[in-house]
Design a protein around this ligand. Structure first.
Ligand code: FES
Length: 135
């Protein structure tokens, strides 16, 4: 085998051997943008909210019940300093007990010290499962 043929063969082998890794990386990214189950309808209906930690790397808080017209879903990590916000149904808002920030149901800041909105998700019920996907 000539030197040039050998180098071409090694280069082609490197590309072919790395192809499955590249495909897997692309597949993971696609999967994370699709609907994923975060709990059951029974769990959601029990408290009117469902907190899922590390989904898959962030937290998700789904608010509502199987009777709700729309479900609310946010990353409940306060954008001020990282405390977990809670849903305050009577005020229809999220509140942070650490320093008093408040967020509307769509995640927008209503009261500081936070200045950035909560990250939001789209949520739905399908059969007996609660599903969420990134916006
Ligand atoms: Fe939420 Fe400071 S961490 S207001």
């Amino acid at each position: 085998m000539k030197r040039r043929d050998f180098i071409n063969w090694v280069g082609l082998s490197a590309i072919v051997s790395s192809l499955p890794v590249a495909i897997a990386a692309c597949s993971d990214q696609t999967a994370s943008e699709e609907w994923q189950t975060v709990g059951t309808v029974a769990e959601l209906d029990e408290d009117g909210q469902l907190l899922v930690k590390n989904w898959p790397s962030v937290n998700v808080l789904v608010v509502g019940t199987s009777e709700s017209a729309n479900l609310i879903a946010v990353d409940p990590t306060c954008t001020h300093s990282g405390c977990t916000v809670t849903w305050e149904a009577e005020g229809n808002k999220f509140g942070c007990r650490c320093h008093g920030a408040e967020y509307a149901s769509d995640g927008q800041v209503q009261r500081g010290p936070a200045t950035e909105p909560l990250k939001t998700y789209t949520a739905k019920i399908e059969n007996d499962s609660v599903l969420v996907k990134p916006n």
